[in-house]
Design a protein around this ligand. Structure first.
Ligand SMILES: CC(C)(COP(=O)(O)OP(=O)(O)OC[C@H]1O[C@@H](n2cnc3c(N)ncnc32)[C@H](O)[C@@H]1OP(=O)(O)O)[C@@H](O)C(=O)NCCC(=O)NCCS
Length: 173
């Protein structure tokens, strides 16, 4: 599939709002970061970090030949002093899943982090029930380091989360 990867722009935020179609989808994708329903207003504040010098957050988008945004992925909590960052808020539009788009975006982000940002360790969190997501991270070489119990409340249930990391020395670009 012909996909281009570039930085997310402020005018793309409306597409992200359309993906948060219900609270569960938003929580699974973003963690307990935004209030449901998601709004462009909330995302503008979140996005503004990407525009600072030495940002703590970088967001990529995948775009198809017709200009449709197929997905996004974020490198957040960028800690340049310790060389650590977190991969988060990865989402692929339902119409584009299963075509290798998440893998493509994440590979590009990992290469950037290890080669341009001097990052040595990339971490991520994923809910334990989210098999498509953690299979994708495992395929890329992320190692499960543990599990945190009951980290997010959704209605009357609590979700557990795995935490994973990838070290620079284990990454083959
Ligand atoms: C998780 C998600 C980002 C995967 O996106 P995708 O573009 O469909 O994934 P890819 O096509 O790049 O798949 C890469 C690998 O992930 C794994 N994978 C993807 N979908 C899978 C599924 N439904 N079941 C099992 N493994 C799956 C496979 O290992 C796959 O490699 P393979 O095709 O060689 O087997 C997508 O399902 C999504 O947006 N989910 C909703 C949001 C979300 O939960 N985000 C993660 C938050 S932590």
């Amino acid at each position: 599939m012909d996909i281009t990867i570039s930085k997310l722009k402020e005018e793309d935020l409306g597409t992200l709002v359309s993906w948060a179609e219900d609270e569960k989808t938003m929580l699974q994708w973003c963690g307990p970061v935004f209030d449901y329903p998601l709004t462009v207003e909330q995302l503008k504040e979140y996005y503004s970090e990407t525009e600072r010098p030495e940002p703590k957050r970088i967001i990529y988008k995948a775009v198809d030949v017709n200009g449709n945004i197929a997905g996004i992925c974020e490198l957040g909590a960028i800690d340049r002093r310790n060389g650590i960052a977190s991969l988060c808020r990865i989402f692929v539009d339902k119409n584009f899943r299963g075509k290798g788009i998440a893998e493509m975006m994440i590979r590009k982000m990992i290469n950037f982090a290890f080669s341009e940002l001097n990052i040595k360790r990339i971490e991520l969190n994923v809910y334990t029930y989210n098999t498509p997501a953690f299979k994708c991270y495992e395929k890329l070489g992320f190692v499960r380091e543990g599990m945190k119990r009951k980290i997010t409340k959704y209605n009357n249930e609590y979700w557990d989360g795995y935490f994973y990391a990838l070290l620079k020395e284990d990454w083959k670009a």
